[in-house]
Design a protein around this ligand. Structure first.
Ligand SMILES: [Zn+2]
Length: 437
């Protein structure tokens, strides 16, 4: 109790990311009068940090002076509560030490409304865990529109101010049913039902609960978000009302256009003239063109050698790996997490080549080379049994909310919130989601 009062006094004095030792006089000035001065005598050292680009958890801990055994100890304490595998740039860490440099309290947060805290309990000599959550509430929001001339669904939604990750999710779901390039027409109608988590009127998390698209050429399509009871279940995804999963294959093109110059398999090598196995495909690309990650993942190679030239490899969540050779520039380094379609380098002619192109290779989940052009969708789960029943209940709930919103537009009637439909954990887009299957 006394200790938590201490923190309330000391925390405002801390300057982010820098070490701040509170001197007695300084603290006393800020202390409310009813706190006895002797409590303020203990010096607390507070260190705050953020996960930086290309950093792992150990490095981030080290930056706030938590190392080795203590780092391992903390990770073990939090292992069941925190998804460290989803560590991302900007995740916040804070450590509080006493003047003998003993760690008293450690906290970690991956979003703006939840903080995982471990505190050293002197009486039990153990670490106590607690989750500090801000008060939030869920509020549905309907977005509707008609495709404008010369625009795309993606552009329309971005123009409405939706976050990029939300737009990607909507477009990826509908792409499973709609060939936008061929069939989108001006005047096509779309709807998106979002569920927004708010804290002090600020949106801290967004879920896509429902999408629909209707056009003369495209036909009529709807998706519903299903959330499985099991935490982080791969069944939690977007489905048609009869349980068909709408999960895009996830693999995107490494270049803006795909022209295969040399295919996968045995061939006469263009430089050596010898027959050799070509473990990838050569894609035409002009020098300097952007090379994109085909899916989200972690950079496991970013280096140069005389054959592959500048090469980058990305390990994806299903343990498959994509390879990009002969780059003129590499924009990522080992340990970086990349999003699907993130630019990772530029086309070049480094290594043993006859000219600028991208050599694109792919290893399957068991580490065997395969033709990347054969990398197609993993079998999509279809819901059945009790899961299908639960989906249908959720579809009914979503349809009910949509009906409520329509009535509320006319009557000012307040829409019930959707607290019972909790959302997916944050993932970059469906591409990375797919790779978790
Ligand atoms: Zn090649």
């Amino acid at each position: 109790m006394i200790y938590s009062n201490m923190l309330k006094i000391l925390i405002p004095l801390v300057i982010s990311s820098c070490l701040y030792s509170c001197s007695q006089s300084n603290s006393a000035e800020h202390a409310p009068k009813h706190v006895p001065l002797k409590l303020v005598r203990d010096v607390k050292i507070i260190k705050k940090g953020e996960v930086q680009r290309g950093q792992g958890l150990y490095q981030a801990l080290k930056n706030i002076s938590i190392e080795n055994e203590m780092a391992l100890n903390l990770i073990n304490q939090l292992r069941d509560e925190v998804e460290f595998s989803k560590l991302k740039v900007g995740d916040k860490l804070e450590a509080i030490f006493n003047q003998r440099n003993d760690l008293l309290r450690f906290s970690f947060s991956q979003n703006s409304y939840e903080t995982h805290v471990v505190t050293f309990n002197k009486s039990t000599n153990k670490w106590d865990y607690s989750l500090e959550t801000l008060e939030t509430y869920w509020q549905p929001r309907m977005i509707e529109g008609s495709l404008k001339a010369g625009s795309s669904l993606e552009q329309d939604l971005l123009a409405m101010g939706l976050e990029r990750s939300v737009v990607n999710e909507v477009v990826n779901v509908l792409l499973c049913k709609v060939n936008f390039r061929m069939n989108a027409r001006q005047g096509d109608n779309y709807q998106v039902l979002l569920n927004e988590r708010k804290h002090d009127d600020k949106t801290v998390q967004t879920q896509v609960l429902y999408t629909s698209y209707e056009g003369i050429r495209a036909g009529k399509h709807k998706s519903y978000y299903y959330e499985d009871e099991e935490k982080s279940s791969t069944y939690s995804a977007h489905y048609t009302s009869n349980g068909q999963a709408l999960i895009n294959s996830g693999l995107r093109y490494p270049l803006s256009r795909l022209h295969v110059r040399s295919g996968y398999g045995w061939r006469r090598h263009p430089v050596t003239g010898k027959r050799a196995m070509h473990r990838g495909v050569d894609l035409r690309g002009r020098a300097g063109a952007s090379v994109h990650a085909v899916a989200a993942g972690k950079v496991v190679i970013s280096s140069y050698n005389q054959f592959a030239g500048n090469k980058v490899a990305i390990r994806h969540k299903d343990k498959s790996t994509s390879f990009y050779y002969h780059l003129s520039k590499r924009h990522v380094k080992v340990g970086d997490w990349v999003r699907s379609h993130q630019v990772i380098g530029k086309v070049g002619a480094t290594g043993r080549v006859t000219g600028a192109h991208l050599h694109f290779g792919f290893k399957d989940t068991r580490g065997r080379w395969m033709n990347p052009l054969n990398k197609r969708m993993i079998a999509t789960p279809k819901l059945s049994g009790s899961r299908l029943v639960k989906l249908q209940n959720q579809v009914a709930s979503i349809e009910g909310t949509i009906a409520d919103i329509k009535i509320s537009e006319k009557t000012n009637y307040l829409v019930a919130n959707l607290r019972e439909i909790k959302g997916p954990s944050k993932y970059d887009d469906l591409a990375s989601y797919y790779l978790e299957l």
